[in-house]
Design a protein around this ligand. Structure first.
Ligand SMILES: Cc1ncc(COP(=O)(O)O)c(C=O)c1O
Length: 486
């Protein structure tokens, strides 16, 4: 059961949440972008900076030795957090993006050849899509897309189809940053391995912060994640990989700290993890990440999951009760974690986020670095709230109140209620990649004029350009209540 008392204490650990914005309490619902940090993480970094800071690995004086020890202790803490006792297989990077690029530029360059297939879901964040797309372009390889079902979950038949091309690589997100969908990692991995030899990269950017992580159980080959989404500072991320694979891979970045012997013409590389950590790493970031792992463990990962599910259910129920709101993604909370995107009365997500921001409610709006997914669902953007351990039901109540207020602001801009209703109907019928239909000629009506660029959206082709904000008003192509594509 959700332990309210525990999470009231947890919330008090986050000093930033004591702030107000325009007289409103800060309601931080954008942890999927970057989470806030508890006092103990802030203090661990500050204390290390005050008392233990020096460059690592090369100094022979005690402060440097202490700093090296603390850095390697941090690596062991993170390794334990993800279920491995082989800490050199934990490579510190800047973030998930760098971790994924590291695999693309090392394993990918070495193993992907012309004509090979790379399988990935259409729901991927650009960070787990563009590196593979670019690798495919460099190597003349083929991308095999895994589609989504109308409820925002992964289409396992489409996975099987993609696997029938015997891809050398499968990359996918554990949790979608748009829908919050938890992809069934073990089932996906089982199907993938049943098809033959394959290397599997798991983008854990949204998964590791919310779900119990054990790389042995996940059975993937690489796991990427970012500290700044799991209560740690920015600038620190992780690539975990199977030792055998990491040892067989060429180096990524070259320079100091990663070498064994350097001669005028040639060099050789150090052992793990140094081989993949060229230059001075983010030492303080690693200390902060380890402190965040300790903090998460101190709360208990099962308790964090219960808390996340309680918030998710509450938010789904609240939004379902709001006229004109629609939750995107699976409605079953056991299939969701962390993030919840929604649609509200045809309003532009940027308008919603701006108005919510004035009420102290921080949410994210836009394509969430998932443009192919947005095209798939016929929207150019969504509004997304995302949770962390410090959120509570009152945060969701404040979001809903602010939403209603935003709805009132825009109501006055619609020429008539029938007009707004008609517009939505037309949108559903036309779907995406169509011309924006104008339902009336009234210049004050948002359907005949785009609120942010002042250009009549009727003149624009939907879905072709990202600078057109007209498609933002579109209704979702996936109706999650009926689970049908209109
Ligand atoms: C699913 C997913 N993958 C990758 C990333 C990239 O993370 P980072 O910006 O920390 O590299 C994000 C960031 O939002 C994400 O949500």
């Amino acid at each position: 059961m959700f332990d309210q008392e525990l999470f009231t204490r947890v919330r008090a650990d986050f000093p930033i949440l004591k702030q107000t914005v325009n007289g409103h309490p800060l309601t931080f619902l954008d942890s999927g972008a970057s989470s806030q940090q508890p006092e103990c993480v802030i203090e661990a970094v500050a204390n290390f900076t005050r008392t233990g800071y020096a460059n690592i690995h090369r100094g022979l004086y005690s402060l440097s030795e202490l700093s090296t020890r603390r850095y390697e202790e941090a690596r062991r803490t993170v390794a334990e957090f993800i279920g491995t006792d082989d800490s050199p297989t934990v490579i510190f990077t800047r973030n998930s993006t760098e971790s994924i690029n590291m695999v693309a530029y090392t394993w990918g360059e070495q193993n992907i050849q012309e004509g090979d297939s790379i399988a990935l879901p259409v729901m991927e964040h650009h960070s787990d899509l563009v590196p593979w797309q670019q690798l495919a372009l460099r190597k003349k390889a083929l991308l095999r897309w895994i589609e989504i079902l109308p409820d925002g979950s992964l289409d396992l038949d489409s996975l099987d189809k993609a696997l029938s091309y015997s891809p050398k690589l499968l990359a996918f997100a554990w949790v979608s940053n748009v829908f919050g969908t938890i992809n069934p990692v073990q089932e996906i991995v089982r199907r993938a391995r049943a098809h033959g030899p394959i290397t599997i990269v798991l983008d854990g950017a949204q998964g590791v912060p919310h779900l119990y992580t054990d790389v042995k159980k996940l059975d993937v080959d690489f796991l990427a994640f970012s500290g700044h989404k799991m209560l740690a500072p920015t600038g620190i991320g992780v690539l975990w990989g199977r030792r055998k694979l990491l040892e067989s891979m060429p180096a990524f970045l070259f320079g100091g700290s990663m070498i064994s012997i350097v001669k005028r013409e040639r060099s050789s590389w150090d052992v793990l993890p140094n081989r993949f950590e060229a230059g001075t790493p983010n030492i303080t970031g690693a200390i902060g990440l380890a402190a965040a792992c300790d903090y998460i463990n101190s709360i208990g990962r099962d308790k964090i999951r219960e808390h996340d599910q309680a918030l998710m259910q509450y938010a789904i129920d609240k939004l379902n009760d709001l006229e004109g709101a629609q939750v995107l993604g699976p409605l079953d909370i056991t299939q969701r974690a962390g993030a919840l995107s929604f649609y509200f009365r045809g309003l532009h997500p940027h308008d919603i986020a701006t108005l919510l921001g004035r009420e102290g409610v921080c949410v994210r709006a836009g394509h969430h670095c998932c443009q192919p997914l947005m095209r798939e669902i016929g929207m150019m953007g969504t509004t997304r709230m995302s949770f962390q351990v410090y959120n509570n039901f009152a945060d969701i109540d404040r979001l809903c109140q602010a939403l209603l207020k935003a709805g009132e602001v825009f109501k006055s801009a619609v020429c008539s209620p029938e007009c707004a209703g008609r517009k939505l109907k037309v949108m559903v019928q036309t779907g995406h990649h169509q011309l924006w239909p104008t339902c009336c000629a009234n210049a004050a009506c948002p359907s005949s004029k785009c609120s942010s660029c002042d250009v009549a959206p009727a003149n624009r082709a939907l879905g072709n350009t990202m600078d057109s904000c007209a498609p933002m008003f579109n209704t979702p192509i996936i109706d999650l209540k009926t689970k049908k594509k209109p």
